[in-house]
Ligand binder design. Structure first.
Ligand code: G3P
Length: 218
């Protein structure tokens, strides 16, 4: 399973990259806005740090606008991916850009039907938002399982990015369901590697070790 970071924070990306956990990065307009920096500048900087795919989202809603923006974004770096919302206009943009070898990530996917449309249009990546589905009282992980099965059934090349991950359970269930990628907010990461029994175990080992060395020194 590949791990993407769902952030545009450079310090966070550099820190987590040192752990070998960053296969790519996803952003969206809200994430970019949090950094208070120029969109193009921040995406170019991320692309220079991370070798894998880096998603940058278009703002236009018309296919012609998205295609124009997508062509421009694609010039910023070889590993940049054009993120496009799941609409009719978006599908047209995906189909056109992918035909020009510009990779796309279809975002805001909430149903198998939407995922299937994105795959048919030729999207390289599809981003179902599990957390936001749970927010409305439905089961986000069910979508991951069912979309995964659908793509396998017809051998689509699109990779599933499990997005809007909020909990350790989301990540674990996405892995079990066979999602290609999980995009994880930086705030969740420490919870993934931390466990109270690990911390207790370290403390106990160090205390036992100290009692041996204290005896030796007395
Ligand atoms: O990758 C999509 C993600 O950024 C959305 O997450 O928590 O805003 O639903 P969230």
């Amino acid at each position: 399973m590949k791990f993407f970071l769902d952030t545009a924070n450079i310090d966070e990306i550099k820190r987590i990259s040192k752990l070998g956990l960053v296969d790519g990065v996803t952003t969206n307009p809200s994430i970019i806005a949090k950094e208070g920096r120029n969109f193009e500048e921040v995406i170019k900087e991320i692309c220079s740090i991370v070798e894998g795919p880096v998603s940058a989202e278009v703002i236009g809603l018309k296919a012609t606008e998205m295609i124009k923006e997508g062509r421009e974004i694609a010039k910023w770096a070889p590993n940049v991916i054009v993120k496009i919302p799941m609409t009719e206009e978006g599908l047209e943009a995906v189909y056109t850009l992918e035909a020009e070898n510009i990779k796309t990530n279809v975002t805001l996917v909430f149903s198998v039907a939407q995922g299937l449309m994105a795959a048919k249009a030729g999207a390289s990546f599809i981003s179902p938002f599990v957390g936001r589905i749970d927010d409305i009282g439905e089961d986000g992980m069910k979508l991951i399982k069912n979309l995964r099965q659908t793509l396998v059934n017809y051998e689509f090349k699109s990779e599933i990015i499990t997005a809007s991950i909020r909990t350790i359970g989301h990540l674990e269930q996405a892995a079990i369901a066979g999602a290609d990628i999980a995009t994880i907010p930086g705030s969740l990461l420490p919870k993934l590697w931390k466990h109270p029994l690990t911390d207790n175990g370290i403390e106990q080992f160090l205390n036992d070790w100290k009692s041996v060395t204290d005896k030796e020194n007395n």
